[in-house]
Design a protein around this ligand. Structure first.
Ligand code: NAP
Length: 280
C-alpha cells in the first residue's frame, strides 16, 4: 500500500482508505469485520462522520479499531449545524466517545453552513491544543471557500474532501489545482459514484477492463489508481463485500503509466466547469 504525506501535517497516509457512509445498514459483524480486513490490507485511513447513521457508523468504527487505534488515521466530521465554537467542541467530544478513542487524526467541517469559518477554525484550534484532534480539514469546499478560509484565519486545512469519480471530475478544474498549490491533501469521496460505476458493456467500462486485464488488476482498482494519480490525492471507497475490500486495497499498489492515465482520461472526459462544485 503506497503512502504519501497528508497535506502539511507530516503524517504519511495510505492512498486508499475506507469510507463508512451507510455502513450501519448491514449486519454489524460484517461491517466491523470489513473494516478490520481493510486495516489488515493497509487501508488504515478510516473516514466517518457524526452524520452517518446519526452516530451509528462511528460506533461501528469504534468497535473495529478497538485495540488497534495506533494503526489508524482516523477522520470524522462535524455537521455544519453544529459548527459553532461550542458546538464543534461538543460534537467532537461525542464523536470521540462513540469512536472509543481520545483523539482524531483529522477533524473536518462536513460542508459550509451558517457559522463563520473563523469561528469553526477557532474551535478546531482549541481541540488541537487539548490534544483531541491532531489536525483539521474541510469538505465540499470550492476554491473560493478555501481562499476565504485562508484569508480569514491565516490557516490552511490539512485536506479538502470532495466528490470525485470518473464521471464527476469537476474538482479538477480549480479545486484540486488550488489544493496542490497550497499543499492541501485532496480526498476523493464516493470514488465509485456510489452505485454509478461504469457498466462493463459501456465504452468506458470496456477501456477500464482492457487496462485492468493488462495489469492483472480489476477495473475498480484502475479507477481508484486514476483518482489517486496526483501526489496530493487520496481515495476513500466504502466497501463491506469481502472481495470488494481486497480489490480496493490492491489499488494502493497500482501505479498507472502516463499512457494508461491518458486512456482513462479520454474514456471519461473532464467535461465543462460547472458553476458550483458538485456534492452529494
Ligand atoms: P463509493 O465508495 O463510491 O461506493 C460505495 C459502493 O460501492 C458500495 O455499494 C460498495 O458495496 C460498492 N463497492 C465498493 N468497492 C467495490 C468493488 N471493489 N466492487 C464492486 N462494488 C464495490 O460511495 P460512498 O460510500 O458514497 O463514498 C465513499 C466514502 O466517502 C463514504 O463512505 C464516506 O466515508 C465518504 N463520503 C463523504 C462525503 C462528504 O460530503 N464529505 C460524501 C459522500 C461520501 P459494498 O459496501 O457492498 O461492498
Amino acid at each position: 500500500m503506497r503512502q504519501r504525506p497528508f497535506g502539511g501535517i507530516g503524517s504519511s497516509v495510505p492512498v486508499i482508505g475506507q469510507g463508512t457512509w451507510f455502513i450501519e445498514r448491514g449486519r454489524r459483524a460484517s461491517a466491523v469485520g470489513a473494516l478490520q480486513r481493510g486495516l489488515d490490507l493497509g487501508m488504515t485511513h478510516i473516514d466517518t462522520a457524526e452524520m452517518y447513521g446519526m452516530g451509528a457508523a462511528e460506533e461501528i468504527v469504534g468497535e473495529a479499531i478497538e485495540g488497534r487505534r495506533d494503526e489508524v488515521f482516523l477522520v470524522s466530521k462535524v455537521l455544519p449545524a453544529n459548527s459553532s465554537l461550542k458546538g464543534t467542541i461538543a460534537a467532537c467530544e461525542e464523536s470521540l466517545k462513540r469512536l472509543r478513542t481520545d483523539r482524531l487524526d483529522c477533524y473536518l467541517l462536513h460542508w459550509r453552513g451558517k457559522y463563520r469559518l473563523d469561528e469553526t477554525a477557532e474551535a478546531f484550534e482549541r481541540l488541537k491544543e487539548a490534544g483531541k484532534i491532531l489536525s483539521w480539514g474541510v469538505s465540499n469546499f470550492d476554491e473560493g471557500d478555501l481562499e476565504e478560509l485562508r484569508q480569514t484565519t491565516g490557516a490552511l486545512p490539512a485536506c479538502n474532501q470532495v466528490l470525485y469519480h470518473l464521471q464527476e471530475r469537476a474538482a479538477e478544474h480549480a479545486v484540486i489545482p488550488w489544493c496542490e498549490a497550497a499543499g492541501v491533501a485532496v480526498v476523493a469521496y464516493s470514488p465509485f459514484g456510489q452505485n454509478q460505476f461504469p457498466a462493463a458493456d459501456s465504452a468506458g467500462g470496456r477501456e477500464l477492463i482492457d487496462i485492468a486485464n493488462a495489469r492483472n488488476a480489476c477495473p475498480r482498482a484502475v479507477a481508484l489508481a486514476f483518482l489517486a494519480r496526483r501526489p496530493s490525492a487520496f481515495a476513500i471507497p466504502k466497501a463491506v463485500g469481502p472481495a470488494h475490500i481486497v480489490e480496493n486495497a490492491a489499488a494502493g499498489d497500482l501505479e498507472l503509466s502516463d499512457e494508461e492515465i491518458a486512456r482513462v482520461d479520454a474514456a471519461f472526459p473532464l467535461g465543462r466547469r460547472p458553476q458550483t462544485l458538485p456534492m452529494l
